[in-house]
Design a protein around this ligand. Structure first.
Ligand code: GLN
Length: 483
């Protein structure tokens, strides 16, 4: 049985007061992982001995110290593009197989300082490039609701682990939807914070102007708790903001009066599965009855978002990934001269999708094409940002489906990158505009989860979480899958 039987707050409380030990929590977690992991394949590196040692150390702390820890003894899963000193970090790539970082990502450190115990690194699309977790060289992850379907991506391992009950909390990263879309596909909650809210120090960069780290959890309250712990300025990340972090938990149940929500036509039209649309619209109906007003709005540049994203993200990736050269990190395929060493290492170390993106990115940045592609995509980015600014003059939040479709069958898009890219149609805009966005379960269709996405102005995470809490109250959900 899954050891996740209570809220994170409740479980941490029991550890703090000595009702249960961190050791028993962590050991039942591993026992359960052994049982279900072969069916889901959500995890990469894990080390039970090490985790148990950390749990023992926590149990030995005097009660007065333990009481202060917000995540006392809580098992945590960490996406494998966040570096850790004591577990390998691969980013789902062959080129980093067996790589051990000399330091730990700030977000992981912060969670550990609050008593969280990392039980495993989680599977992902190689370097975060994908929407299904099928682009991991370590094999795909299965959706716990239906093993024949994908969990979404690229944080699919984190989402599947939480939905399967292997751990109550996970960290993911989101460049174009990689927290929200897998959260939606796995029936859990995930938030991409405002750009700069959370430190990226120790996150293996994919597209630095879009990447943010964020939490995945079973409930809005658990999500709020982990977000609280990882948010705030970090001197080690120059793009992390010097903004005060509100108390997300304290605000969760503050009533929402007179909330105005923008419903952009562009996110409910062509390309959105009719079943997904129905489930999301049903939630909107229920919220109306709770007094929320829905306003139809236009966000005319949405149609260019996926194209702009797939120019900008690969452009940044082609630069970021140039550090993987066979000299400094991980895999090295020896050769007589340096150029051949680079070529062979990258050819063997990087998968097809990663190489496609590096080539695409190099092309759009090259002389003669730079203005035609990269600069134009930047202009689109500015227009998308303006669409949101205009919307927020009229409404408090914008609502959309989290993904245009239900979790699709494993292998069904393997040969169709374009179709895979279109999975991100609902999520990339928030990254392009740097805005916070939350996905919460909206309901189920044919036994498969559907997510609803809320996008807010910069630094409005507190409002998003409060709305998420309201959605939780109006949505009826089935029990978690028994695995
Ligand atoms: N699916 C998108 C991509 O492949 C987003 C991935 C992400 O957010 N890391 O780029």
């Amino acid at each position: 049985m899954s050891p996740v039987d209570d809220s994170v707050k409740g479980m941490a409380e029991r550890v703090k007061t000595g009702q249960i030990s961190a050791q028993s929590l962590v050991s039942s977690c591993f026992q359960y992982i052994r049982q279900v992991e072969p069916k889901v394949h959500a995890l990469l590196a894990h080390d039970e001995e090490l985790a148990m040692e950390k749990a023992r150390a926590l149990d030995r702390l005097p009660l007065s110290e333990r009481r202060e820890l917000r995540l006392a003894g809580i098992p945590l899963v960490v996406k494998d593009n966040l570096v850790t000193e004591d577990l390998d970090t691969t980013a789902g790539s062959r080129i980093l197989e067996g790589f051990r970082s000399p330091y730990t990502a700030s977000v992981v450190k912060r969670a550990e300082e609050q008593g969280a115990i990392v039980v495993a690194k989680s599977n992902l699309d190689e370097f975060g490039m994908g929407s299904s977790t099928e682009h991991s060289v370590y094999g795909p992850t299965m959706n716990p609701w239906d093993f024949s379907r994908v969990p979404g991506g690229s944080s699919g391992g984190s989402a599947a682990a939480v939905a399967a009950g292997m751990a109550p909390l996970a960290l993911g990263s989101d460049t174009g939807g990689s927290i929200r879309q897998p959260a939606a596909f796995c029936g859990i909650v995930g938030i991409k914070p405002t750009y700069g809210r959370v430190s990226r120090y120790g996150l293996i960069a994919y597209a630095s102007s879009l990447d943010q780290v964020g939490p995945l959890a079973r409930t809005v309250e658990d999500t709020a708790l982990l977000l609280q712990v990882i948010s705030g300025h970090d001197p080690l990340d120059a793009t992390s903001a010097q903004m005060p972090v509100p108390d997300y938990l304290a605000q969760l149940d503050r009533p929402l009066q007179g909330l105005r929500v923008g419903v952009p036509r562009e996110y409910f039209g062509d390309g959105i599965d009719a079943n997904v649309k129905m489930v999301v619209e049903d939630v909107l109906e229920r919220l109306k009855q709770e007094g929320v007003s829905m306003v139809e709005i236009d966000m005319p540049h949405t149609q260019y978002a996926v194209a702009a994203y797939y120019l900008l993200a690969p452009a940044e990736a082609s630069s970021n990934l140039s550090r993987f050269d066979g000299v400094r990190y991980g895999l090295r395929v020896p050769a007589g001269d340096l150029r051949t060493l680079y070529q062979r290492t990258r050819a063997q170390g990087m998968g097809d999708e990663v190489r496609r993106r590096v080539l695409l990115g190099t092309h759009v940045l090259s002389a003669g094409y730079y203005d035609q592609y990269y600069v134009r995509a930047q202009k689109v980015r500015a227009l998308i940002r303006r669409d949101f600014e205009r919307a927020f003059e009229q409404v408090d939040l914008v609502v959309t489906p989290s993904a245009p479709e239900l979790p699709f069958a494993l292998g069904s898009r393997a040969d169709d990158p374009m179709k895979m890219y279109l999975s991100d149609i609902c999520t990339v805009t928030a990254n392009l505009a740097g805005l916070p966005a939350l996905s919460v379960p909206a309901g189920f269709e044919s036994g498969l989860p559907v997510g609803i996405q809320w996008i807010g102005p910069a630094w409005s995470e507190d409002l998003l979480l409060r709305v998420g809490r309201m959605v939780e109250r109006v949505v009826v959900r089935p029990p978690w899958p028994k695995l």
